[in-house]
Design a binder for this molecule. Structure first.
Ligand code: PMP
Length: 281
């Protein structure tokens, strides 16, 4: 199985990047993860639009047209089977170490496909545990930057405490998870953080909001105060690979009655319906 690097398809151990790549030196790059269900790239145009937004935020030109990206993904996916995901990253490229952007630099483009690792069924059946932590990240969390040191530290802190995810809190408000967006359910209404510099605009988040609006489920994009989290009936996390998972314990205390709730069951069924319709084309 081969990876894509700068125009070539290669075995992973033959794909080489310079030690002076600014991705390696500075974390100067952006990435995307695109799920592939039934052989089709799920919400591809949304992912490519977010990639464009990330690239322009760091002042890089998109090295490929949507058609070129699609051709790369199709070749990478051909070797695999079943549900997969595409990882892609674009870094500013290779140059002598200097913070300032070098002139006339060629970006480094890397992508590969891998089998999609679904959450174990008990995560859906019982929900997962989360811990709240201070959101120590920067103020441009809307950029899908490869520099994920804070996210990695926060996720590991959650794992060390026996939890699956860290719920990040900035100025008394829940922003998102270390690698997910967060929804709460209160009295039959969904609430999730509004888009802005402090969250990644999750593709799954947007889909859940879209489904809620289409099906008449009340859904607000409003700041989720920490007190709203602790008094919520249900809490969920969303991401492209984890889909929609119930969080049933936060900081050791049960959420609601400590079991996945009826609104999660409803939304997850609607999500699966949407996915099936997409797979059927
Ligand atoms: N927030 C962060 C910080 C993430 O890393 C991710 C997943 N990559 C998400 C939210 C969820 O985004 P998506 O639904 O597009 O996977």
């Amino acid at each position: 199985t081969q990876v894509y690097l700068n125009g070539e398809f290669l075995p992973p151990d033959q794909a080489r990047v310079s030690v002076f790549d600014r991705g390696f030196i500075f974390g100067d790059g952006v990435y995307e993860v695109i799920p592939v269900f039934g052989g089709r790239l799920f919400r591809l145009s949304h992912h490519l639009a977010r990639l464009d937004a990330s690239l322009s935020a760091i002042r890089l030109r998109n090295p490929h047209t949507p058609m070129e990206w699609n051709d790369i993904f199709t070749r990478l996916l051909a070797a695999g089977s079943g549900d997969q995901s595409i990882y892609l990253q674009v870094t500013r490229g290779v140059a002598p170490r200097d913070h300032a952007f070098p002139p006339n630099i060629t970006p480094t483009v890397f992508a590969y496909a891998q089998p999609l690792k679904y959450s174990p069924p008990e995560h859906l059946a019982q929900g997962v545990a989360a811990v709240t932590t201070a959101d120590i990240r920067w103020q441009r969390c809307d950029i899908k930057a490869i520099a994920l040191l804070a996210n990695a530290l926060l996720r590991q802190q959650a794992i060390d405490q026996g939890a699956a995810e860290a719920i990040l809190v900035r100025d008394g408000v829940v922003t998102e998870g270390a690698a997910s967006n967060i929804f709460i359910v209160k009295n039959g209404r969904l609430v999730t953080a509004p888009k802005g510099p402090f969250i990644l605009p999750g593709i799954t988040r947007d889909l859940v909001v879209e489904i809620a609006h289409a099906k008449g489920i009340p859904c607000d994009e409003l700041p989720v105060k920490i007190e709203m989290l602790s008094s919520a009936d249900e809490v969920w996390l969303t991401s492209s690979t984890k889909e929609i998972l119930p969080i049933t314990r936060i900081d050791g205390k049960p959420v609601g009655d400590g079991k996945p709730g009826p609104m999660h069951a409803k939304m997850f069924a609607l999500y699966k319906e949407y996915k099936q319709a997409f797979i059927r084309g």
